[in-house]
Design a protein around this ligand. Structure first.
Ligand code: UDP
Length: 494
């Protein structure tokens, strides 16, 4: 039976944010706390299958659908997710459209049952702090990033050492438990905004998010204690203990249907892909997917495809061309790539059932852009990674995987690619770099074996942490207890 606690969950409508928050909602509801996920009709369709199965299984999960005013904000009709944007230059419009949810939410707030005890929202939705303030409940942010990133970000904000550097100067990230060096050009947008037409606008949004974030009651993180212990400990100190690592969320999807439909409807292409994987040797296939937002330039895509081909390994390559899909398809057709790699390489156009694919024993390595969800999903799958960071904090995640965890190799990317920069380098990584990294990670010698052993160990740790007495379950119980006490105190005072 549900308790009288009720958490209102407000995600950013973007796969890398909505997917983990849907998983998180299910995890919280398993503790008899009612959760209401605020969502738009289009996303309710996209994520509905998984959510409705959770509801049908008896979990106290509810959906609160709010109309998304896309066209009022210069967005195409039906565009309800950041990955639907025709160009990332419209990101601010998208955020503005989401901010219109504040009024309708405040309007229905007191009719929600039971009355919400806290808001858990994506940190990008700073207006949700005002809603929480107005109704005097804690505003807890979900930060879809690691504690490594949190700590590195905090320390850079305090030290400001990046401000005196030019793009390719190297810095040692201040105050971290390990010695991690990178260039300014590899830092996230808050420290390295780029020079696109929208760079200034995005920087001021990021700064506002940062300011608001400092006022939050606490932070929930999709990570687990054994993964980045020293980073978590230090970040907890920075936040006076109000950090709860309750992941890895992707492990909450126990059956194949939930895994297959996570983030989208299952596609026929995915069925074919799973059948093909069944015919492959254990740990022999490279799965290459650069997340939901990365759109490689056609020239860069070609280098990736040819690098995989040159490696001689079997592979799955997820193709997301966005507005340049036609050019990519034209190359694929003219070059004869698909017929050349037939039987050895599978292309998935559109959405891949990533967690399902990664859980297949035939997958031997994951070529990833190091988005945090993908990174932690790779960890849960126990596969070594080929790290090709693209944007945001992805170079931090690359360093975590390659240097701290020792489960991956980098392809040698040199700088972040700003999503809204249409003039970005056409090619950053050559086919030779891809091929070399693939061969290195699949190497059967001592180094390759060590990487695989470490990855296997982390997979076991990841599985344990969500068991009854696992650290993430305990952290989640502590978090719920904290909100219960807070609510109780508030009722006494009120
Ligand atoms: N994802 C997926 N299929 C795809 C692309 C992405 O299932 O074809 C999922 C992936 O499993 C992850 C999320 O989308 O959960 C992407 O989040 P991440 O933080 O890795 O990267 P982003 O898309 O935000 O760059």
């Amino acid at each position: 039976m549900a308790s009288n606690l009720h958490f209102l969950i407000i995600p950013l409508m973007c796969p890398g944010h909505l997917i983990p928050m849907v998983d998180m909602a299910k995890l919280i509801a398993q503790h008899s706390v009612t959760v209401t996920v605020v969502i738009t009709p289009g996303n309710a369709k996209r994520y509905g299958a998984v959510l409705h199965r959770a509801i049908a299984s008896g979990l106290p999960v509810k959906l609160l659908q709010l109309q998304f005013p896309a066209s009022d904000h210069g967005l195409p009709d039906g565009c309800e997710s950041v990955d639907d944007l025709p160009t990332f230059n419209l990101t601010k419009n998208f955020f503005d459209a989401l901010a219109t949810f504040q009024k309708p939410l405040e309007h229905v707030f007191n009719n929600l049952e039971p009355i919400p005890s806290c808001i858990i929202s994506d940190k990008h939705l700073t207006w949700t702090a005002e809603v929480a303030n107005k109704f005097r409940i804690p505003w807890v942010i979900f930060d879809g990033m690691s504690c490594f990133t949190q700590l590195a970000t905090h320390n850079l904000c305090v030290s400001k050492i990046h401000e005196k550097l030019s793009d390719f100067d190297t810095l040692i990230l201040p105050g971290l438990p390990d010695k991690i060096s990178m260039t300014k050009a590899q830092l996230p947008g808050l420290f390295n905004p780029g020079s696109s037409a929208k760079a200034k606008e995005m920087l001021s949004i990021r700064e506002r998010i940062r300011e608001a974030e400092l006022e939050a009651y606490g932070t929930l993180i999709n990570s687990f204690d054994a993964l980045e212990t020293r980073y978590i400990d230090q970040f907890r100190k920075v936040k006076q203990g109000r950090v709860w690592c309750i992941g890895p969320f992707s492990n909450s999807n126990k059956n194949d249907l939930d895994k297959a439909q996570r983030g989208s409807k299952d596609s026929i292409n995915n069925h074919e892909c799973m059948t093909w994987l069944d015919s492959q040797r254990n740990r022999s296939v490279i799965y290459a997917c650069l997340g939901s937002l990365t759109r490689l330039t056609p020239l860069q895509f070609i280098e990736l495809a040819l690098g995989l081909e040159d490696s001689q390994f079997a592979f799955i390559l997820v193709v997301k061309g966005g507005s340049r899909t036609e050019e990519i398809e034209q190359w694929l057709g003219e070059n004869g790539f698909e017929s050349r790699v037939k039987g050895r390489g599978v292309l998935i156009r559109g959405w891949a059932s990533q967690v399902l694919i990664l859980s297949h024993p035939a997958v031997g390595a994951f070529l990833t852009h190091c988005g945090w969800n993908s990174t932690i999903e790779g960890v849960c799958a126990g596969v070594p990674m080929i790290a090709w960071p693209q944007f945001a904090e992805q170079f931090f995640n690359e360093r975590l995987v390659v240097q701290v965890l020792g489960t991956g190799v980098g392809v040698g990317a040199q700088r972040v690619m700003h999503l809204d920069d249409d003039n970005r380098d056409a090619i950053q990584v050559k086919r030779g770099d891809v091929c070399k990294a693939v061969k290195m990670v699949m190497d059967e010698g001592r180094e390759g074996e060590e990487r695989r052993e470490k990855a296997k160990y982390l997979k076991q740790m990841a599985a344990k942490t969500l068991e009854e007495e696992g650290s993430s379950q305990l952290n989640l119980k502590l978090f719920i207890e904290e909100i219960r006490l807070h609510t109780h105190k508030g009722q006494l005072v009120g």
